[in-house]
Write a protein that binds this ligand. Structure first.
Ligand SMILES: NC(=O)c1ccc[n+]([C@@H]2O[C@H](COP(=O)([O-])OP(=O)(O)OC[C@H]3O[C@@H](n4cnc5c(N)ncnc54)[C@H](O)[C@@H]3O)[C@@H](O)[C@H]2O)c1
Length: 339
C-alpha cells in the first residue's frame, strides 16, 4: 500500500489547495475529514481541475465528537495526519467566542486521541502567526517565541498547539507544529481580505484600509506577509517528506516547529492597489483606525521563515504570480465571490 494521509479541514480553503497540490505532486492517497461547517465547501474539491475521486476519500465527521470505531475502519491505515480543521474567522471568534474556542479545542483533542491510538509516522498541527500576537515594527517571530494571542481565535490556536505539545511529551505523538501567515488563493471564502477587496473594486465600493494614525497625521498601515495556499501545501509536503520527528528527552524539551512564511511584507493598501492594477480598475478606499474599528485585531504580523529555507524548502510561486493567478482565476469563476 502507498502512503496514506489523513487531512482534516480538507474542504476549507487551504485544505483544498493542499489536496490539489498533493494530487499533482505525490502519489499519496488522501482521506479528507471535514464537517462542512460555516466555511467548508465540497465544490472546493470538485472544482479542482485534476480532482481524482480514486485518490481522495471524503469523510464527513464533526471532530467535536471522537472518531468512533466504524469511522476508524472507513479511514483505514494512515501514515501521516495533518490537522488543519479549525474555525478560522477572527471576527466570528469575537462575536461567538465560547462555541468557537470549544470547537477548536475539542477537535484537536479528538484528533490527538486518535493519533495516540493509531500511531502515525507524523502528526502535523497547522497553526498561525497570530498565536504570537502583533509583531513589533522590524521584528519577525522566530520559532519558539512566547505566545501572546490577542483574540479568541488566536488563543484557540495556541490552545491546540499546547494540547498537541502535551500529547507529544506524555504519549509520544510524533508532532511537528507549523505556523503560517496570511494565505490567499483561488476558492477563498469571500469574507477574507483578497476576495473582499476584489468584490469591492468590481462594484466600485469603498474599501476600509486599517492602520494607525501617528501624532504627525501620517498613517502606519497594517501589514502582513502573504503567501499562496499552494506554497503552504508545498511546505507541508516538504516537511512530511524530509523532516525527522524529534522525540522528547532531556536534551529535546520541545517538538519540531517550523514557520511557513511568505516572500515579503506588504501593507493592506499595497494589496488594494495591486489588485486594482490587475483588474485595471482604480480602487476607492479610506484609511480607518484599526483599534476603534476592530478590537482584538493586530496591526502587524510577521514570521521569520529562515529555518525552513535552511532545511532546503523554496516556495514554488512568487508573490506576483500568486496574485495574478488568484485574481485571473476568480474573474473566470466569479461564483466564488458570492457569500
Ligand atoms: N487562511 C489563513 O490565512 C490562515 C493563516 C494561518 C493559519 N491558518 C490555519 O490554517 C487552517 C486552514 O485555514 P483555512 O483558511 O483553510 O480555514 P477554512 O475556514 O477555510 O477551513 C477550515 C475547515 O475546517 C473545517 N472544520 C472546522 N471545524 C471542524 C470540526 N469540528 N470538524 C470537522 N471539520 C471542521 C471546516 O468545515 C472547514 O472546511 C486553520 O487551522 C487555520 O487556523 C489559516
Amino acid at each position: 500500500m502507498g502512503t496514506r494521509v489523513l487531512l482534516t479541514g480538507g474542504l476549507g480553503f487551504i485544505g483544498s489547495h493542499t489536496v490539489e497540490h498533493w494530487l499533482r505532486n505525490t502519489d499519496w492517497e488522501i482521506i479528507v475529514m471535514d464537517a462542512l461547517r460555516f466555511s467548508g465547501r465540497i465544490e472546493r474539491l470538485t472544482d479542482i481541475e485534476c480532482y481524482n475521486p480514486d485518490r481522495v476519500k471524503v469523510v464527513w465527521h464533526d471532530l467535536r465528537s471522537p472518531i468512533h470505531n466504524q469511522l476508524k475502519e472507513t479511514i483505514g491505515p494512515v501514515d501521516y495526519i495533518v490537522n488543519m480543521a479549525s474555525d478560522s474567522h477572527v471576527d466570528r471568534s469575537i462575536t461567538h467566542p465560547v462555541p468557537f474556542v470549544q470547537n477548536n479545542v475539542n477537535l484537536s483533542l479528538n484528533m490527538l486521541e486518535y493519533a495516540r491510538e493509531v500511531q502515525p509516522e507524523k502528526f502535523i498541527q497547522i497553526s498561525t502567526d497570530e498565536v504570537y500576537g502583533p509583531a513589533p515594527h522590524g521584528h519577525s517571530h522566530v520559532e519558539g517565541e512566547v505566545l501572546r494571542p490577542s483574540n479568541p481565535y488566536s488563543a484557540s490556536k495556541a490552545a491546540q498547539e499546547m494540547i498537541a505539545f502535551s500529547y507529544w511529551r506524555t504519549f509520544g505523538v510524533p508532532l511537528i507544529i507549523t505556523n503560517t501567515m496570511n494565505n490567499f488563493g483561488e476558492r477563498q471564502h469571500p469574507e477574507k481580505y483578497v476576495p473582499m477587496v476584489m468584490k469591492r473594486i468590481l462594484h466600485q465600493e469603498e474599501i476600509e484600509v486599517h492602520g494607525k494614525q501617528r501624532p504627525d497625521g501620517e498613517w502606519d498601515i497594517g501589514a502582513r506577509v502573504w503567501l499562496h495556499a499552494r506554497n503552504h501545501a508545498d511546505a507541508v509536503q516538504f516537511i512530511l517528506k524530509n523532516v525527522p520527528i524529534k522525540y522528547y528527552d532531556d536534551d529535546t524539551p520541545e517538538p519540531e516547529r517550523f514557520n511557513i512564511a511568505g516572500e515579503r511584507e506588504i501593507n493592506n493598501l499595497e494589496i488594494v492597489e495591486m489588485i486594482g492594477a490587475i483588474l485595471e480598475c482604480p480602487p476607492l478606499y479610506k484609511l480607518v483606525d484599526f483599534h476603534t474599528s476592530r478590537p482584538g485585531h493586530d496591526l502587524r504580523y510577521s514570521l521569520d521563515g529562515t529555518k525552513l529555507k535552511e532545511y532546503g524548502w523554496n516556495a514554488p510561486m512568487t508573490l506576483e504570480e500568486s496574485f495574478d493567478k488568484t485574481i485571473n482565476w476568480t474573474m473566470k469563476h466569479t461564483e466564488w465571490l458570492t457569500e
